[in-house]
Write a protein that binds this ligand. Sequence first.
Ligand code: BJW
Ligand code: ZN
Length: 291
Amino acid sequence: MYISLRVFRSSLLSCSVHKIMALRQSSDMSKFKEALKSAKQVVILSGAGISAESGIPTFRGAGGYWRKYQASSLATPGAFKTSPSLVWEFYHYRREVAAKAQPNAGHIAIADYEKKHSSDKQITVITQNVDGLHARAGTKNLIELHGNLYKTRCTKCKEVLVNTDSPICEALANRGAPDENVVGSDIPVKDLPHCQKPDCKGLLRPHIVWFGESLEPAVLSNAEAVMSTCDVCLVVGTSSVVYPAAMFAPQAAARGAIVAEFNLEPTPATPDFHYYFQGTCGTTLPEALAE
Ligand code: BJW
Ligand code: ZN
């Protein structure tokens, strides 16, 4: 359920005031592992940082550009309306990069942890990533909040389909190079991916949640449900600036769940959490999730 930014910020502010008195942050791994051991419901909330070691660029910071465009400026309905060709080139490039990437030690540690503990704990991975690497590492109980690079949605009949074709259509073959000297994109709309239903033939788009679009209601309510009951939450490789995901873990911490952040650097949400482990997910997660 949505709360307004003003209400959210003021509730965070009062939480933060409370925490200044009550919450002492720790980076004691053995203490965290004790808390994890006794947890019954565990959520792992991941972001682009977990896939960085697989060679997939993050959104913010130096890697967040494709050609001269900031990645987040292409992930909008407006950009697709203005130039479906440019946006498809961007997504074609990212589909190819992610298809060649392999899950890394962080993804694998999470998948192994679920495999080992699914009989004594409820473990859910909520990811903001669209690259499919958690599933490829073997994670089963997975909520993909922002969609998936290998799903398409018809702009006309709204049908969602899995599509792993490479390239997704002939016109995109050898397109999408990240070279910043390449300007614009000129693939005629008729040559971009289209719905195969004979009575539809609508233009397809990536089945991804762009800025300003709502998350799928069922996906959002599943995520909110597990976030509202977990006893331990690991927040891994996310800058915690994109809503609604950015408020999941601070809200869980505010109601008393133990929250641990794993990141290369502190984020705006770091002060809200009980534990902070600085470093790459590929090194910190295998340690945190091992027996
Ligand atoms: C490592 C590491 C290593 C690196 N190890 N760590 C409330 C308040 C204000 C604004 C809003 C609000 N509610 C909604 C909005 C608007 C908007 C929003 O949040 N804007 C903010 C930027 C302010 N949200 C939306 O529009 C959402 N829709 C929505 O809520 O609809 C209703 C609504 C709309 C408007 C107003 C009100 C209500 C939809 C959000 C969809 C996000 N989509 C994207 C792109 C699509 C996916 C794609 O093409 O791939 O999803 S944006 C982009 O950001 C992507 C990511 O999933 C998402 C989060 O980024 P993430 O994963 O955190 O990556 P980075 O790069 O930011 O951070 C990486 C981190 O890893 C860093 O911290 C590094 O340090 C770390 N790191 N290597 C460990 N090896
Ligand atoms: Zn269709």
